[in-house]
Design a protein around this ligand. Sequence first.
Ligand code: MN
Length: 260
Amino acid sequence: MSILANLAHALAERSVRVVDLTHTLSPNFPAIVLQTELGQAAPFRTEEISRYDERGSGWYWNNFTCSEHTGTHFDAPVHWISGRYLPNNATDSIPVEDMMGPACVIDCSKESVLDADFLLTKDFLLRWESEHGQIPERSWVLMRTDWSKKVSDPVAYQNFDEEGQHTPGPSVDAMQFLVFERKVLGFGTETIGTDAGQAFHLRPPHPAHDLLHGAGRYGLQCLNNLDQLPPTGAFIFCAPLKIEQGSGSPLRVLGLVESR
Ligand code: MN
């Protein structure tokens, strides 16, 4: 049997399961908040066009509006100034082969419960590799924190105080290692950014954005159900909407997982 026929058979008999790594887009979903003097991302909103009524008796549909960075979403290289002049840096020009790949899931959930400002370091990744093997080139590395479980409480999910936002993320040396030594395709988190809430203190500031996008790689944010993926062996699909010159987009992220 061919690879694709094998896959179809495995999906039909559920020896390969599909895990939905996406949150529901709704007006209540926490949106990124920047300092008040900066431009702000719009939350998700819908407007009903008709619902089997005088505006259209046989059909139901809505208009919706949101920013490119709302809900579970994809970051393209053009999103950051470091990726501004790269070729194929926007949602309509990224190679489609980059919108899928093997997933390495780094479990930082215990550390993130103890410390909301937890930073995933290169040493932590090397310890993960000593247990699970080297992170393959063109992998998607997903930082599991179980932060997604806070999503029904927007205050806890945002976790702001007078110093700003407190959410876990990667260190500078972790991002240098993943981008330049492991040559990953992308990095994903369960929080609102690929970077930690306090990452403006790091040098360079916001190392996930700066290093990933400067190297033409991608980000995923507000992921869900990472606790349902194994550390290795899953395969994810994460295709953004084909927005002309888009800096990112909400998307459906799916993970294929083999039952063992
Ligand atoms: Mn984003």
